[in-house]
Ligand binder design. Structure first.
Ligand SMILES: NC(=O)c1ccc[n+]([C@@H]2O[C@H](COP(=O)([O-])OP(=O)(O)OC[C@H]3O[C@@H](n4cnc5c(N)ncnc54)[C@H](OP(=O)(O)O)[C@@H]3O)[C@@H](O)[C@H]2O)c1
Length: 211
């Protein structure tokens, strides 16, 4: 079992991942800006770290051996937060993880972050931020698992996915719950180390894709 720091634990993926990781028997430190936002999650193996990703959050990593980064600036904020959260906070998290000698860093990235130039869309700055954060992690020497989901939905997870980008743009989506489950399957999993997974709705069992 691992001691896992979940960054962005009050978020939609983050909260589901926290619950599923606790259910799987792991110990979780949930990093949140406001602990009230995670008051509906409980467990003997849960501790809360209140912190802001725009400030020093290095002490969140004390005692953790695995990091999950599922924070994000969100669609409602401007380019300043894209830079400060999706890129710089992710970069800082990788640096803190390296100093803490964590054994695995799981990054929730995004479809399109492999090649932002291929995307002609207003979200290109966000994809550039995600791309640079992913590259920083890949070059850090920390063992990584990068998840690149398609558009996130609030449907119940099915645990059936495909890794390859669907040709049909309407099919480039995935329930947040399946991303949370993919995080759980990635933890402590040799096969998932230094791997990048696309995650889209599909017909392959999620567990067999990741494990
Ligand atoms: N939306 C999509 O279709 C899509 C597609 C692919 C990938 N993604 C990526 O998926 C990830 C998670 O998505 P989601 O829907 O779960 O996001 P979400 O619900 O918006 O959660 C974002 C989390 O980041 C936290 N956060 C933001 N700024 C922070 C700060 N300064 N300090 C501490 N925490 C901060 C939020 O905290 P608060 O609760 O305090 O706000 C929240 O916990 C993100 O990395 C996103 O980029 C999204």
């Amino acid at each position: 079992m691992s001691n896992i720091l979940v960054i962005g634990a009050s978020g939609q993926i983050g909260k589901q991942a926290t619950e599923k990781l606790l259910d799987a028997g792991h110990t979780v430190t949930a990093m949140v800006r406001n602990k009230d936002k995670i008051s509906d999650v409980s467990g003997d193996n849960l501790s809360i770290y209140e912190g802001d990703l725009e400030k020093d959050f290095s002490t969140a990593f004390d005692g953790c051996d695995t990091v999950v980064f599922c924070a994000g600036s969100g669609a409602g904020t401007g380019p300043d937060k894209t830079l400060l959260i999706d890129l710089w906070a992710a970069r800082n998290a990788v640096e803190f993880a390296k100093k803490a000698s964590v054994k695995q860093f799981i990054m929730v990235s995004s479809v399109g972050s492999d090649d932002p130039d291929a995307v002609d869309s207003p979200i290109k700055p966000y994809l550039v931020a995600k791309h640079m954060a992913d590259k920083h992690l890949q070059n850090s020497g920390v063992a990584y698992t990068i998840l690149r989901p398609g558009s996130l939905t609030d449907e119940a997870g099915t645990e059936y996915v495909q890794e390859v980008l669907p040709g049909d743009e309407d099919k480039r989506e995935i329930p947040r719950e399946d991303v949370a489950t993919a995080i759980v399957y990635s933890v402590d999993n040799e096969k998932a180390l230094n791997r990048i997974y696309g995650l889209f709705k599909g017909d392959q069992p999620l567990k067999s894709v990741i494990q």
